[in-house]
Design a protein around this ligand. Structure first.
Ligand code: ADP
Length: 157
């Protein structure tokens, strides 16, 4: 069984995240979308809300599950018996970060492989940090997030 963990903050979950997961589906038997929980870092959306979005977006896809985790991603992968870490790449800035973290993760846990998929060109500018800023100022982010997330945000305004 080929199991991948797709770790991230997903604060909020975007169509960029969704696209990477869907494109990776043929490669794996299971993809665990893993919401990193950091008690010291305040997120805009509670992890319960993020978890529910992911479960709803992939309700029809049995291979995808949502989990929250605290601590090292490599420890979570071992616990879940995952052999792969899945990540998305938007830019050279992402590349430098993914390279460092991927090499460090492999150094910590040599059996773990990081698999990076290039994002679609039309998703390069979609970034959760910028989207949070737009939400904070009550802008419209419906073009950048799945419908489930867009509907949730409309309910807030
Ligand atoms: P983190 O807090 O680790 O940056 P994110 O939720 O922002 O978590 O991202 C999780 C993964 O999704 C990362 O590999 C990131 O590069 C990727 N990602 C984020 N936005 C996009 C996008 N627009 N297109 C493709 N991949 C993306």
């Amino acid at each position: 069984m080929r199991i991948a963990v797709f770790p991230g903050s997903f604060d909020p979950f975007t169509i960029g995240h969704e696209d990477i997961i869907r494109r990776a589906l043929p490669l794996f038997d299971q993809i665990i979308v893993a919401i990193g929980y950091n008690s010291a870092k305040k997120s805009m959306f509670d992890y319960e809300v993020r978890m529910k979005w992911i479960e709803e977006i992939f309700a029809d896809e049995k291979k995808i599950v949502a989990e929250a985790y605290e601590g090292l991603t490599v420890d979570f992968c071992v616990e879940q018996k995952a052999q792969y870490i899945l990540r998305g790449l938007r830019s050279s800035v992402d590349f430098e970060f993914e390279k460092a973290i991927g090499q460090m993760n492999q150094s910590l846990q040599p059996s773990l492989e990081t698999l990076v998929l290039l994002c679609r060109p039309e998703h390069t500018h979609i970034n959760s940090t910028i989207i949070r800023d737009i939400i904070l100022h009550k802008g419209d982010v419906s073009n950048y997030v799945p419908k489930v997330v867009g509907d949730y945000l409309k309910g807030l305004y």
